[in-house]
Write a new protein. Structure first.
Lengths: 89, 103
């Protein structure tokens, strides 16, 4: 049963990532694209955690934490660039 | 057996919420409504998958596994901040001549 649930969750996250990718291409404004990138980072964390459960390995948590931090920092830097025209003032 | 059922339930709930959030991101009409999907539904979905991971690895190693809570805490703290920054930059780009609210 767990294997079936993991497979279904994998398909859900993959479909979510495809929709995010479509928004990344189609998004009419720049904040739309930043939002799509942020959501892709969050969905990638879910994908990594699922892979950890599937393979029964705990090594993926560090990678997930790093992706969470880098995604947040990237979002903040892009938004600061749109707001100020500069990242480090 | 019971814990396996519980883990499967949390995995399905998490995957469904993540998918719903991304459908909201793809389908809703403009940026300020689109912000709702990823910042609330997707964060909750990842939270569900992380709870399933806590249950799974706690049962595997017969000890409480709390690495995931760190990721959950970080995500739940940063999602509102990034949503606020994206909304502010969208308002900034729209400028003072943009469409006003009806109310």
């Amino acid at each position: 049963m767990l294997t079936t649930a993991i497979t279904v969750a994998f398909f859900c996250i993959a479909a979510a990532l495809t929709l995010n990718f479509w928004r990344l291409f189609a998004g009419p404004t720049l904040p739309d694209r930043i939002l799509a990138l942020d959501t892709m980072a969050i969905n990638t964390i879910a994908l990594l955690i699922l892979l950890g459960i599937h393979q029964n390995l705990t090594e993926y948590f560090e990678a997930a934490l790093l992706i969470a931090m880098m995604g947040f920092i990237g979002t903040v830097a892009l938004c600061k660039y749109l707001l100020r025209g500069d990242i480090i003032e | 057996m019971l814990s396996e059922t519980l883990i499967s339930l949390f995995l399905l709930i998490g995957g469904a919420f993540a998918l719903i959030g991304s459908i909201g991101l793809a389908r809703l009409p403009d940026l300020f409504t689109r912000l709702h999907g990823p910042t609330k539904a997707t964060t909750l979905g990842v939270g569900g998958i992380l709870i399933a991971s806590v249950l799974h690895f706690s049962g595997q190693e017969h000890a409480l596994s709390l690495h995931e809570l760190l990721i959950t805490l970080f995500l739940f703290a940063t999602a509102p901040v990034s949503a606020y920054l994206i909304a502010r930059s969208a308002l900034h780009l729209r400028g003072p001549d943009g469409p006003k609210d009806e109310s």
